[in-house]
Write a protein that binds this ligand. Structure first.
Ligand code: TA6
Length: 293
């Protein structure tokens, strides 16, 4: 691939790292899982929108803890076979970098893709093509396109599992959930509730799925003096809010115990009952735009 100004290639342990620097932002992406690891808008004074654990592993054997891993073609445990990897298998695959270009706007666009092979067909019996278009501009835009190349209907769930850097997960205000159906997965026995208020009141741990939810979400972080906005979503009917809190974090080898306050996952996609059904040759696009204001 011809070199593109502002785009450089490096390695961190076993992983390739692509660094993009343009007039709007600096970003880092690894083809391992097509995960965006860093997005620092020029206007942020050097603050990263995303969080990566200081003890994340870059050995290519497990997803990097942080950034934006892609959960696909199932979110959480596979309901038919709990032995299969949680959150699907594409976050553990090295994606192909199909294209990198600087757009007329000054933004930089990367396209990465992955397709079915003998190993994926053993775990999930559908031929597919999956591509991720990443646009680094004033906003970070991600568009995940699933194409069903099999001759059967494909049923899947998916999410951008975004880890946002926050000043303190106990102090941020998260809004945009009015009228969505909250499923509190930490209290499986309790009924789901319809959130009447815009603002989510919580104290970690939290692991909640919001169904019937396509609205913008704002994380108001008074400590970092900015808002993180997830705006203009397309093809997304669910959100997930997750933070392990002070006890559950101890079970994560790649998160230092005291670091649970430093991030909040607010994920966008289609999970639980919000499944995507694709007929042969049909495609689905899941799109998000992230911005710091
Ligand atoms: O999205 C929330 C969640 O599914 C939690 O239940 C949780 O444990 C987490 O994602 C992290 O999952 P992982 O497989 O990356 O360790």
């Amino acid at each position: 691939m011809a070199s593109v100004s502002g785009v450089s290639f490096d390695k961190k342990e076993a992983l390739s790292i692509i660094t993009v620097e343009n007039d709007f932002a600096t970003a880092q992406i690894t083809p391992y899982g097509a995960s965006v690891l860093s997005f620092i808008p020029k206007c942020s004074g050097g603050s990263d929108l995303l969080w990566v654990s200081p003890t994340a592993v870059f050995n290519g054997k497990k997803p990097v803890r942080g950034g934006i891993p892609i959960c696909w073609p199932w979110f959480g445990q596979n309901s038919d076979n709990p032995e299969l990897p949680a959150h699907g298998f594409v976050r553990n695959l090295v994606w192909n970098l199909d294209d990198v270009q600087n757009l007329k706007s000054g933004a930089t666009e990367l396209v990465l893709s992955v397709k079915s092979n003998a190993k994926t067909l053993e775990m999930w019996p559908y031929s597919f093509h999956l591509s991720l278009t990443i646009t680094i501009g004033k906003m970070l835009s991600l568009c995940l396109t699933t194409t069903n190349l099999s001759d059967q209907e494909m049923v899947l769930t998916e999410a951008f599992h975004s880890y946002f850097k926050v000043s303190d997960a106990r102090e941020v205000a998260v809004s945009g959930f009015k009228n969505s159906l909250q499923v509190d997965t930490l209290k499986r026995s309790s009924p789901s509730k319809c959130l009447q208020t815009d603002q989510l009141i919580f104290s970690p741990p939290i692991d909640s799925v919001f169904l019937n939810h396509s609205a913008d979400v704002v994380i108001n972080d008074a400590g970092l003096l900015h808002d993180i906005c997830i705006v203009g979503k397309e093809g997304s009917m669910s959100s997930v809010v997750w933070n392990p809190g002070p006890e559950t974090v101890k079970g994560f080898a790649d998160i230092p115990n005291e670091q649970w306050t430093s991030f909040l996952c607010v994920e966008s996609g289609n999970v639980f009952s919000d499944v995507i059904r694709l007929k042969p040759r049909e495609a689905h696009r899941l799109k998000i735009r992230l911005q710091m204001v």
